[in-house]
Design a protein around this ligand. Structure first.
Ligand code: FAD
Length: 450
């Protein structure tokens, strides 16, 4: 029994059974890949291309159901009327490894003991090494009335969804006053700054277009703070105060009634689960999120349902031939494409070491970034590590609202994403940060480690 368990945690288990498979010739029709990537979003597409460079595209398989790849960070600007939705989309076929195998389907089961992933068609695809990169699923049905509200009420929108982000800008423009409510749910989400970025863009537009006096701009958040890193929270609180926006903490949206335009929030501080009803004339919803059901129901996850990886190496804690990247893992950092970029380089180094039977040397420090747009032309570029220490790339105080950082977000980052990250050539700005700080840590990190 003991030896079976030991086998199960060693990649050798799968490698042995795979090499048997390779030698069985035509009798074996089972597809097998040296590297199998499940999910080709920001993290998956980038690592698939990285490993295609290393092991050859023909040894890389990708399971991904979508024809199109979305650059989701642009949706803040789409909702804010700055960019067009089509600027955020490219054909998946253009981005995936040229000689790789794209299985255009969903993964429906993971069997890490047999080293297989089952597709929606029932095919068991075998792998030597697996990279799980499925991102997060949006759980609209956890909020009563929300799916109907999205379909029937033009004032209800969400930048988090390809379909509903198209409602945001018209809803901002058509707003004629009253309560404009922006929500933050009681689950981990991707880009924890996005629920408030759209509030700042909307408020800015209403202010510049004579609507501000008639608007009550309200941020109802399940959290207890505006942002998890104190330096940037201080800056954001000043923005909120100076522009007269109202923040209610520990308020979780549980129901939307589109026919009466009411939003019901649970007061998370109330021992009796007290609720409050807000009338709304504009409602931007950030839905609750989780890993996709197939991941949540698999043996790969921790108790909270996230892929259980070592936060520094990104290797699965139980199965050494499995790695995780991006939003679906339990690495305790803010879930962003910027984090996925930094993780790519770590995963590349460590998985290559595992493949060569060498010790893993790369250590992820939790680097993540959130360009907090506070108006058209203004942005606070938050960058920080696992412990909330700022890890700023530029040798200036990024806690200030700056036009330069707005252009970084609007014009430079999309180029880096499409032309460097997607083909596996971008591991985040770590190297540039070191250069700009002459090889030293930023002042906050130095102070923290002193
Ligand atoms: P994703 O990019 O979401 O990709 C997951 C992929 O897995 C998808 O292609 C999906 O189709 C696939 N998949 C899912 N289930 C299955 C299955 N069963 N089988 C096979 N494939 C599957 N990040 C930033 O860095 N900066 C920002 O400013 C920023 N702003 C954002 C604003 C908004 C409005 C949103 C929505 C996101 C923002 N993000 C931002 C977050 C960023 O987009 C995500 O963190 C990033 O895309 C995560 O990458 P990922 O690869 O983990 O997941």
């Amino acid at each position: 029994m003991k030896s079976m368990k030991l086998l199960a945690i060693l990649p050798g288990n799968c490698i042995q059974s795979l090499s048997k498979n390779f030698s069985t010739g035509p009798a074996s029709l089972q597809r097998h890949f040296k590297i199998l990537v499940v999910g080709a979003g920001a993290g998956g597409c980038s690592v698939a291309n990285k490993f295609a460079h290393h092991v050859g595209g023909e040894k890389v398989g990708v399971i991904e159901p979508n024809d199109e790849h979305y650059y989701q960070p642009m949706w803040t600007l789409v909702g804010g009327g700055v960019k067009k939705l089509q600027d955020s989309v490219q054909k998946m076929s253009k981005l995936l490894p040229k000689k790789g195998t794209w299985m255009k389907t969903k993964a429906v089961a993971f069997d890490p003991e047999k080293c297989t992933v089952t597709t929606a068609e029932g095919e068991e695809v075998k792998y030597e090494y697996l990279i799980v990169a499925t991102g997060l699923q949006l759980n609209y049905n956890k909020i009563k009335g929300l799916p109907e509200a999205f379909d029937t009420d033009p004032t209800v929108c969400s930048n988090y969804d390809y379909n509903y982000v198209q409602k945001t800008w018209p809803a901002i423009q058509n707003f004629k006053g009253g309560n404009a409510i922006f929500t933050f749910p009681n689950t981990p989400i991707k880009c924890a700054g996005a629920p408030q970025k759209i509030m700042y863009l909307a408020e800015d537009w209403w202010r510049k277009n004579g609507m501000r006096e008639k608007a009550n701009v309200i941020f109802n958040s399940s959290l207890g703070v505006i942002f998890g890193v104190k330096k940037y929270a201080n800056s954001l609180n000043k923005v909120i105060e100076s522009r007269g926006m109202k923040v209610n903490y520990k308020r979780n949206l549980i129901e939307v009634r589109p026919e009466t335009r009411e939003a019901i929030f649970q007061n998370l501080d109330s021992p009796t689960g007290e609720t409050e009803t807000f009338k709304y004339e504009f409602l931007h919803v950030t839905p609750p999120m989780s890993t996709p059901d197939v991941v949540r129901d698999s043996p790969l996850v921790d108790a909270a349902g996230f892929v259980d990886v070592d936060k520094n190496t990104l290797q699965h804690k139980k199965y050494s031939n499995i790695f995780g990247i991006g939003d679906c893992t339990n690495a305790p950092t803010s879930k962003t494409a910027a984090a996925a970029a930094a993780q790519c380089g770590i995963l590349e180094t460590n998985l290559r070491a595992v493949m060569a039977n060498k010790p893993m040397t790369a250590q992820y420090d939790g680097y993540t970034s959130c360009p907090l747009i506070t108006a058209r032309g203004k942005c606070i570029l938050a960058e920080f590590d696992f412990d909330g220490n700022p890890l700023e790339t530029f040798p200036i105080n990024q806690g200030k609202e700056r036009m330069t950082m707005y252009h970084m977000k609007k014009d430079v980052m999309p180029q880096i994403y499409w032309h460097m990250m997607m083909n596996g050539h971008w591991n985040g700005p770590g190297v540039y940060r070191k250069l700009m700080h002459l090889g030293m840590d930023g002042p906050e990190k130095q102070a923290a480690s002193a």
